[in-house]
Structure formats: structure tokens, C-alpha cells
Design a protein around this ligand. Sequence first.
Ligand SMILES: Cc1ncc(COP(=O)(O)O)c(C=O)c1O
Length: 377
Amino acid sequence: VIDFDGIHRELYPAAARSAYLDTAAVGIISRPVRQAMDAVTEDHLLFGGAHWDARAAVISGARGTLARLIGGRGDHVAFTQNTSTGLAIVANGIDWRAGDGLVVPAGEFPSNFYPWTRLRRRGVEVRAVQMRQGHAETADIRARIDGSTRVLALSAVQYSSGFRYDLEELGRLCRDAGVLFVVDGTQAVGALDVNAGRADIDVLAVSAHKWMLGPTGVGFVHLSRRALEMLQPSTVGWLSVDDPFAFDREPRLAPDARRFESGTENAAGIAGMAAAADLVLSAGVQVVESRVLDTVRVLEEALRERGWSCPTESPDARRSGILIASSGGDDGAMHRRLLDRGVRCSLRGGGIRFAPHYFTNSDDVRQVLDAIATLGT
Ligand SMILES: Cc1ncc(COP(=O)(O)O)c(C=O)c1O
């Protein structure tokens, strides 16, 4: 393995303690993320919680930062707790009529499946698209869309195969069919260039705790103008309105995405998430993407040379930060061995899931190769 350094690696103390290749489960956080969260907490400590202007500055700054990361607009960003609450904004925000349908790949992560199947009790038909080679084919998706379809929901990257959908192609498909395009970006945003504007994504829901390398329990959605107009806010509170301090009896909902927020927000979490996004922006979204893809390629080649194989094959443009590879033997035992040898990874999708990020360096890759060489000896 040729030597390479990690990007911003010195900011991630956890990267020095193990070969951390488990970002697809939960990412590690950096010192700037902690500092941003501490600054909010320190402000609360010194000045009290009702320090509204300071909070407002943090939160509106964060909207702009996140919008830059995903090619969107700050006033189209709403903060959420996680992906599930982000997707619930859509599932509970459409005026579903009996007979309406939605299309979703059959193998989606539960966060992007349960919100939809819950709608069956309202007479909505859930059309699950069969998976081939770890993903739903565009032709199969197209074949399931008809005049009753209101939503196509899928993850930018499938958690169990690492397949990266062609979002621009699917965005066009949705536009032509008059279908709302809903993307779970949690396995992609922070590592890959996901551009809500270019791909015509109506709702992009993201959690901070994986590839964004942010804190847990916070995320965001980015809504297109169409989605802003079409979706009815389902959880409305005093901060969903244009002027919260008017305390009106009849809410005048905020004209922007704040209408999908409800009450007092997780300011420290939002600050941490924005600090994490700032690090990606400072390195460059394309630079980060290329680095992550290169690292996956280096690791895959080295594993193949040692007799490993991949349960699914994808062309280059459809690859992501997730590599699933099998030793050909007992992957459960291999996984335990890797953990024992300080390599953090998961057992998923018919093999071992490796998920490096921009902080990964060549020593991490060598640590994997050393660990697998020792099995059975
Ligand atoms: C595609 C995808 N979406 C979302 C999540 C996490 O969902 P939440 O943010 O609601 O915990 C995961 C976690 O594995 C995932 O793989």
C-alpha cells in the first residue's frame, strides 16, 4: 500500500486509537465539533438559556453552512433530530388519499422504510422495488411508478451494499412523472458530493452522526420550493411561525423551512453539525469525495489480492465510501479478529463493511491487512 496521510486527521483523536473504518455505523467527531458544541454550552452556562440573539446567530449560520454542503439554500433547511424525523416530515405532511402510492427500494434501511409502511393504515399502497446486486434498478423503479404514485424514496447510498444511486437520473424521472423525490442522504452527505439543486431532490434528509462526522441526535432536511409548498407541517410549535415573539393565537407559519421546526432546538448539536460541515467545505467536497473513493479502491484491491471478494459489483460511478467484502470463510470470526486487532468495522450485507473517511491513512489500511493475515495462525 502506497503511503498517504489522512485529511484533517490530527483533529480526530479517535483516529489515533484504532483503524476507524466504521463511519457507516457511526462516525467519529473532531475537536472543532466539540469546540462548537462547548461554545454553545458555555454561553448557556455564563449567560443563561434565554440568550436568544447568540442562539439565533448560531442557528442561522448553520443553515447557510449546511446549504453550501449540499448545493441548497439556507432558508430551505430545517433542523431535525435524525433521518427518521426528517422523513416523517414527508410521510406525515402529504394529504394522502386512499389509493395513492409510493415507491421505495425493498432493501432500504428501516428509517427509510417504516415511515412509509405505516401509511398503509391510511390506504396508501407501498410499492417495494426488488433489489438486484444490492440496489433497485432504474428500470424497475420506473416500472413501479404510475399516475397514483406521489413519492419515490431512496437512500443516496444503500447501507447494505454501498451502491450509490444516480440521483440526477432519478431526479429527472421524478420530475417527468410528477413525483416527489425524497432522498435519505445519511450514508452519503459529508463524504460524497450530493447536490440537492443539481439532482432536483425535493427532500434530502440527513443525520449528522455518520458521514458528516457530527454529533448524535441532530440532523437536517433540505426542501425544494415544491416540497415547501406541498407539505403540511405535521408538528407545529411556537418556533414554526414567522414571528415567535408575537405569540399569535392563529399561527402564521414561517414562509421558509422553519415551518417544519417546532419548539426549542438542540443548539449545541446544530452548532456541532455545522462545524463538521465546515471541515468538509474547508477541504473541498470534491477533494473529500475523491479521497474516500480512492481509499475504498486501495482497500478493495488489497483485499482481492488476498483472496477476498465482494458480494455485489458496481461500476465506478456507483461506488461510495462503503466497501462490503467477504473473506470467503467465516466472516463472523474474521470480524471479531479485526475488532480484536483494533480495526473498527461492521458485519453487514453478506460480508464485512468497511467505511473509511477522509481522515483514514495508509496505516489504517495496513492495520486491516495485518489483522486479516493473522487469522488462523
Ligand atoms: C440509510 C440510512 N439512513 C438512516 C440511518 C439512521 O437513521 P436515524 O438517523 O433515524 O437514526 C441509517 C443508519 O444506519 C442508514 O443507514
